[in-house]
Design a protein around this ligand. Structure first.
Ligand code: IMP
Ligand code: MG
Length: 178
């Protein structure tokens, strides 16, 4: 356990089970489709790496980066593309991978943008969902786990760029960010 972590919410063992379950479901649902998996940097890297190895289908990988929280725990409300995907996505069935769905602004912005580029379909897969904090009308197609309204870190998720490499998801002690 790390000194700044209040409580482990999802263990590495549970993360493996989530990836297996989602991978099997996605493998069934995307059979015969033209799959491109697009990860939102940087939070999705571990999830993307583990999940895609549970998807038993041919696929392409790409990434994009959007503006993030900075050192605050609240969303700024505006989304900006910092790094765009490299490939032409027209005709592809896009599976968007995100670490956590909070207000919903990031995924709404990114999915609308990819839709306008001629993707055949856009499907959203998020490791974590905080439904209590939604401000935009958006639902994920695949959810690893719902979490309470606490600030969580680890397995890709950060606070001020720290804690991403923790092998579990934990809630951060309030004194760290207050
Ligand atoms: P949204 O646009 O408000 O849905 O915010 C999504 C982004 O906010 C995620 O990609 C995360 O980077 C960040 N975020 C939201 N909640 C948390 C959290 O509890 N821990 C770490 N990052 C978070
Ligand atoms: Mg993020």
């Amino acid at each position: 356990m790390h000194k700044d972590i209040e409580k482990i919410l999802i263990s590495d063992e549970e993360l493996r089970e989530i990836n297996k379950r989602l991978g099997e479901q996605i493998t069934k649902d995307f059979e015969g489709k033209n799959l491109m998996v697009v990860g939102i940097l940087k939070g999705s890297i571990y999830f993307m790496a583990d999940l895609t190895r549970e998807i038993k289908l041919p696929l392409k990988l790409d990434f994009l980066a959007v503006s993030s929280y900075g050192s605050s725990t609240r969303s700024s409300g505006s989304v900006r593309i910092l790094k765009d995907i490299d490939m032409d996505i027209s005709g592809y069935d896009i599976l968007l991978i995100e670490d956590i769905l909070d207000s919903g602004r990031t995924l709404k912005y990114v999915s609308d943008m990819l839709k306008s580029r001629g993707a055949s379909s856009i499907t959203i897969c998020t490791l974590l969902d905080k439904p209590a904090r939604r401000v935009v009308d958006l639902k994920a197609d695949y959810v690893g786990c719902s979490v309470p309204d606490e600030f969580v870190v680890g397995y890709g998720l950060d606070y001020d760029q720290h804690y991403r490499n923790l092998p579990f998801i934990g809630s951060l002690k309030r004194e760290v960010y207050e």
